[in-house]
Design a protein around this ligand. Structure first.
Ligand code: NDP
Length: 282
């Protein structure tokens, strides 16, 4: 399709978004508070709108990508949004997304909230993952990369975003912990990385089955009881301390299992820890 697109906000990300739309052949209108940031895009074929109002009128779909949500509300607070389709790709939390959706819909806009799991240089390639929630949209955003539509609740894109980041940092921290332990024995990071990758892929394969236990709320120990896991965790803590490497992560892992055991779940399987994660404080 060649839906006309407007991009409001031409920071590092906004410029990359506008460029991807231009490359995909969309008539592209841009606007930025600091107009000079549009220069190279204009040279590549974008139209610089003289005002936010003009920019909103030009876009079949209007993308907003500013620093934060307060900036979005400041920019669009007085604008006429009736009949517009707004896709807000500014980073924020799920409450901000839902509030902004309610506000924009009251002004007569169709509103989608999104999160960008990519760096500017990957926008427009399949590596760039764009999460969207709200009403379904035509495929106009496919120019940005791999678009994933998550559902009607406007908060979902932000929630999937933080969930994904949690997964990413947890895997990386676990890998760095093991790397620190093995380096004490002269094993270099590259050698261990191959082994670590196999473990990570193997564990990822357990998720669908474990998720079934969480959804059913039933945790029979088919593979291993939490008590057995906790003994291995004690070795992990003791070994870290004996080696003189940081033991904070091993201790945190063990502390959560210990609490679930103290609550009577030692004979159940690991995903029973969901109860520890659903509580607001340890
Ligand atoms: P930049 O700091 O490069 O750009 C910020 C943009 O917001 C500029 O266009 C700036 O305008 C505009 N802006 C800020 N406040 C206002 C305001 N009150 N009124 C009008 N315009 C305003 O940030 P990025 O482009 O890197 O990031 C934009 C969003 O994308 C953020 O929410 C970020 O978290 C998200 N994101 C960025 C990624 C990245 O790798 N860069 C990755 C994933 C998400 P001006 O030029 O006039 O200052």
């Amino acid at each position: 399709t060649n839906t006309p697109i407007t991009v409001l906000g031409l920071g590092l990300m906004g410029q990359a978004l506008a460029r991807a739309f231009l490359k995909a052949g969309h008539p592209t209108t841009v606007w930025n508070r600091t107009a000079a940031k549009a220069d190279s895009l204009v040279a590549e074929g974008a139209r610089l709108a003289p005002s936010v109002g003009d920019a909103l009128e030009a876009g079949g779909v209007t993308i907003v990508c500013l620093t934060d949500y307060p900036a979005v509300r400041e920019l669009l607070g007085d604008a006429r949004l009736e009949g517009t389709t707004l896709v807000n790709l500014t980073s924020g939390d799920s409450a901000q997304a839902r509030e902004t959706a309610a506000w924009a819909e009251k002004q007569g806009a169709r509103y989608l909230d999104g999160a960008i799991m990519a760096i500017p240089s990957s926008i427009g390639t399949p590596d760039s993952v764009i999460l969207l929630s709200g009403p379904r949209l035509d495929p106009a955003l496919d120019a940005l990369g791999t678009v994933s539509y998550l559902g009607e609740d406007h908060g979902l894109a932000s929630l999937y975003d933080v969930a994904g980041l949690t997964m990413m940092w947890s895997v990386l921290n676990a890998w760095l912990q093991g790397t620190a332990m093995l380096r004490t024995a002269g094993v270099d990071a590259a050698t261990y990385a191959t082994f670590a990758q196999q473990i990570a892929v193997g564990v990822a394969g357990w998720l669908p089955g474990y998720a079934e236990q969480v959804d059913k709320g039933s945790f029979p120990a088919e593979v291993s009881a939490l008590e057995t896991d906790a003994r291995a965790m004690a070795h992990m803590v003791e070994e870290s301390e004996a080696l003189g490497v940081n033991a904070e992560l091993p201790k945190l892992i063990k502390a959560m299992a210990d609490r679930a055991i103290a609550a009577g779940h030692g004979g159940e399987q690991y995903p029973v820890l969901i109860r520890e994660f659903e509580r607001s404080e340890g």
